[in-house]
Structures are given as structure tokens and as C-alpha cells.
Write a protein of this length. Structure first.
Lengths: 279, 245
């Protein structure tokens, strides 16, 4: 009983999802369980079906067949009212941030509070400032989206996504268009708020730093199918050819992987002594 | 995409607008914003067009009625009826289809392309109700006001033009305005206006809401929505004239 309660606490399960457009199959028989309270990463090359899969999970696309279960309840068969209710427990960061152009940063973050809560203006402002401080954006309240950088937009997007304390956070390509250092900041932020808010987070990415930094569970998509599933530690030792071709695309990374495997097998020391490595 | 697919998607969009608002205050705010965008921001162009419409109608009518057998008050009667029955409702709404229609289509198209509509959906907001319905209701409220303003200014423009050009004095024009006035014409003009207001708000909303692709498609949706709205206005014009007159 206790196990069941834990199992159904903020859990997402996708079952045999199929999705196509104009006769082209984009997602083919994908099943997976998104682990509760962790960062679940969906990785894959561009066009592998990551975004379509995520949009099927949040109901922006209806799957042709299959099911998406939130805490055991079928989202695909849910009535509109049920979906509305559930969506208030979902936050999403979009690839382009999707901030409302005509609103300031403060108004963007306050919008879900205005729409769904009965808090007074003082309470709303307090909450907005709290989440903006959490994403390290204390000074940007009165700026418009056009006046802030890409990294700041992503942080505002995260702040807006978490302002209603959601149980599920979806991030579609959170690092797209960002420099490596800013990407790392966003990755860390996603990881930290996942733990802090106890959310189940699903991240679509093809950024390898993200995979290694925040990937508690990784699902690798290839040509619309789930090709591999595991943790970030499993990736190094995976023998899946498609996954290795995707993750270790350059000679440099392939060499690094080989060395890590030699280290793990005790064939070279793991103190990063270059002389030993060169032998 | 064929006609019936468009019609089906359009009807689904209209049906989807009717749901309980998530927060009445924000819907009201959006409605007021749209009243300002559609109504107040169109006043300038409506004023200019309607004054000149009245002026030109007076001058041209006088030019065609050169016989002394017809009293000059007839010029005012023709100007009044032309403006009330056709020019104010139809021509002003064709202009508004361009001004308001392209703005609605590009606003919604931009929101679709930049995933702002998806962001609202994810929050659990009925985007058809929140984004489309306030535009249609605002148009139904403010477009008739603009048309009434256009009719008044058009008739006034005719009077000013008649006096300035020496075609007919203001007293004769005023007498003509009161001659054979049929109040039903105003009802007919307003019936047309409500129909057009629905067309010039819902058709661009449909094209903007369903944009797919990039910024080029937003422009195409705007153009397409204006063309379709204008054609539908002309079709409705004929249909209503045949039915109600």
C-alpha cells in the first residue's frame, strides 16, 4: 500500500504512444515511466520526436493511440474540465520561452496567479518576487521580454512555470540558443527547483552537459522510437550503437569514453595521470 | 485545405469559445482592451473616410441631377439614404476588415508561432474563450458605434461640401434630410453592421489562431483573412438586401 502511494505520487506514465502527421509516423510505440521527484531527460537528435512526445504528454497534441497517465489517471481520456484541473499542476518552459510580449516580467509571472488564485495584489507581488528571486532575477520586474537576454527569458519562463507550485515541470530545450555557461546555470536551476519543490521534471534536450549534469533518468529517442533508457552513469558503459553515435559524436568524446571504460575496468589508473594514460 | 475543412475548423473554434471563464475579471480586462484596440484606435480612419464619403456623394449626386425639374432637396435625400443604407455600414466595415482584421490575425498568429497560445493552454486556460471571444464581443459592441459615427459624419460631410461648393445651402440640405425618412433603414443598416462585425472579428481570429509555420505565414494569414472577410461582407450585403428590403 505504501509502495502504491509512493508509486502514484506525481508519477507520469506513457503507454504505447503513436503519433503521426499527414501519414508520416513521428512517434512509434513509445512507453516509459517518468520517475517521481527526479529530472527525467528525453534526449535525441533533431527530428527524433522529442518535442512531439512532450506535447502528447501535456495534451498539446492528441496521440493517435496509446495513453498518458498522471498518477494513474488517463489524461488522453480525460474530459476538458479534468484536464483543466490537472493542467494547473503542470508548469512548462517552452523552447522560445513563450513570454507574453505585451506584459512585463512581473506581469508575466503574475498572470497564472491572477487567473487561478484569489490572492490580493500584495500577496501576489510577494509570491512573484519570491519566485523571481529564486531564479536570480530580482531587478527585472518592470522590463519587457524584448528588453532582456535569452537566458533571462528562460529564467522568467521557469519562474512563471513554478509560480503555482506545480507537481510536474516540462522543459522543452531549455538550453537552446544559450551559451554553455548560461546553459549550466539553467540546468542547475532546473535540478535545484525539482528537488526543492518535489516536482517530477521532464526535460527535452540534446545538450550533453545537461544529460551529464541533471539527468537522473534518460530516455533516448531515435527515429521516433525509444532506443535506450537508463541513468547518466549508464550512458558511459552503454553498448547501444545509436546512443553512442549520438552522445559521443566527436573523436574527442569517443576517446574520453574509452578512457573512462579503461579506468572503470582497472586497466588504467583513475587519477588522471597523463603519463599512464598515454601508455 | 478544402472549404469544408475550413468551415468545420471555424465552427469548432466558435463552439469552443463558449465555456465558463476561468477568471471573469481577466476576461473583462481583455474585453476592454479589445474595445480600445478595435474601436478607439479605428476612430481616426473612420472619421476621415466618412467625411469625404459624404462630401463626394453630395458633389457627384448634384453633378448627375442637373435638371431644374428635380428639387435640390433630393440631393440630401440621396446622400442620406446612400450613406445609411450602404456606404456607412458596408464601406466602413470593408475598411475595418483591413485595419482590424489584419491586426487580429497577426496578433493571434504571432502568439501561435511564439508558443504563447500553447503556454496559455498548458496553464489550463481555454484560449478560444480567452483570446477569440473578447475580440468578437468587442467588435459586436464597437463596430456599430463606429458605423453610426460614420453615418453622422458622412451626412455632415455632405452638408459641408454642398455649402462650400455652392451646390446647395445648408437649409435646403437640412430640409432634404427630413424628407421621406424611413426609420426601418437604420434598423437595416444596423442588422448589416452586426453581421459584418462578426465577420471582421471571427474570420481573422480563425486564420490567426490556426497559423502554422513561421513569420511569413503570419503575413499570409493576415492577407487571406482580409480577402475572405471582404468577400463575405459583400456576399452578406447582397443576401441581407435581398432578404430585408
Amino acid at each position: 500500500m505504501h509502495w502504491q502511494l509512493y508509486y502514484y505520487n506525481y508519477m507520469i506514465e506513457i503507454k504505447n504512444i503513436h503519433k503521426g502527421f499527414n501519414g508520416n509516423i513521428v512517434i512509434e510505440d513509445v512507453s516509459a515511466v517518468m520517475e517521481t521527484g527526479k529530472c527525467n531527460l528525453i534526449i535525441g537528435a533533431s527530428g527524433s520526436g522529442k518535442t512531439v512526445l512532450m506535447k502528447c504528454m501535456v495534451g498539446l497534441f492528441e496521440p493517435d493511440s496509446g495513453d498518458v497517465l498522471y498518477n494513474g489517471a488517463s489524461f488522453t481520456q480525460m474530459q476538458e474540465e479534468g484536464r483543466k484541473e490537472l493542467r494547473q499542476q503542470i508548469g512548462m518552459l517552452f523552447q522560445g520561452s513563450a513570454l507574453f510580449d505585451s506584459m512585463t516580467v512581473e506581469q508575466n509571472v503574475m498572470f497564472p496567479l491572477d487567473m487561478f488564485t484569489k490572492l490580493n495584489i500584495k500577496q501576489k507581488l510577494e509570491k512573484v518576487n519570491q519566485v523571481l528571486a529564486r531564479v536570480n532575477l530580482e531587478e527585472a520586474n518592470h522590463k519587457f521580454p524584448s528588453e532582456i537576454s535569452g537566458g533571462m527569458k528562460k529564467r522568467v519562463g521557469i519562474a512563471r512555470a513554478i509560480v503555482l507550485n506545480p507537481k510536474f515541470l516540462f522543459c522543452d530545450e531549455p538550453n537552446s540558443g544559450l551559451d554553455p555557461k548560461t546553459s549550466l546555470v539553467i540546468d542547475k536551476l532546473i535540478k535545484e527547483i525539482t528537488i526543492e519543490f518535489g516536482m517530477t521534471t521532464i526535460v527535452n534536450t540534446h545538450d550533453m552537459n545537461s544529460v551529464m549534469e541533471i539527468g537522473d533518468k534518460i530516455i533516448f529517442m531515435h527515429q521516433g522510437k525509444k532506443e535506450w533508457e537508463g541513468t547518466n552513469k549508464d550512458i558511459i558503459f552503454s553498448k547501444n550503437e545509436e546512443l553512442n553515435n549520438f552522445i559521443f559524436a566527436s573523436d574527442f568524446l569517443r576517446d574520453a569514453k574509452d578512457m573512462r571504460m579503461l579506468e572503470a575496468n582497472g586497466k588504467i589508473s583513475n587519477d588522471r595521470d597523463m603519463d599512464t594514460m598515454m601508455k | 485545405m478544402d472549404f469544408f475543412t475550413h468551415l468545420g475548423r471555424y465552427l469548432i473554434m466558435i463552439k469552443g469559445m463558449f465555456s465558463k471563464p476561468e477568471n471573469m475579471r481577466l476576461y473583462w480586462k481583455e474585453f476592454m482592451h479589445q474595445c480600445n484596440e478595435i474601436g478607439i484606435r479605428s476612430v481616426g480612419i473612420v472619421v476621415i473616410i466618412s467625411v469625404f464619403l459624404g462630401a463626394v456623394t453630395t458633389v457627384q449626386t448634384a453633378y448627375q441631377l442637373i435638371t431644374p425639374l428635380i428639387p435640390k432637396t433630393v440631393i440630401a435625400v440621396i446622400v442620406r439614404d446612400n450613406i445609411i443604407l450602404e456606404l456607412a455600414p458596408t464601406l466602413i466595415c470593408v475598411v475595418l476588415a483591413g485595419v482590424v482584421g489584419s491586426r487580429i490575425a497577426s496578433e493571434l498568429g504571432n502568439m501561435r508561432i511564439s508558443e504563447q497560445i500553447d503556454a496559455l493552454e498548458i496553464m489550463g486556460i481555454n484560449t478560444k474563450a480567452y483570446l477569440v471571444m473578447p475580440k468578437i464581443i468587442a467588435a459586436l459592441l464597437v463596430v456599430p458605434c463606429l458605423v453610426i459615427l460614420a453615418a453622422v459624419l458622412g451626412i455632415w460631410g455632405g452638408k459641408v461640401a454642398g455649402e462650400l461648393s455652392g451646390i446647395l445651402p445648408a437649409e435646403i440640405y437640412n430640409d432634404g434630410l427630413l424628407e421621406d425618412f424611413i426609420p426601418y433603414n437604420v434598423f437595416f443598416a444596423l442588422s448589416k453592421t452586426y453581421t459584418y462585425a462578426f465577420i471582421i472579428s471571427s474570420i481573422p481570429a480563425y486564420y490567426g489562431y490556426h497559423v502554422q509555420g513561421g513569420s511569413l505565414e503570419i503575413g499570409r494569414a493576415g492577407t487571406k483573412s482580409v480577402i475572405v472577410s471582404c468577400i463575405l461582407i459583400l456576399l452578406a450585403d447582397y443576401a441581407l438586401a435581398a432578404l430585408l428590403l
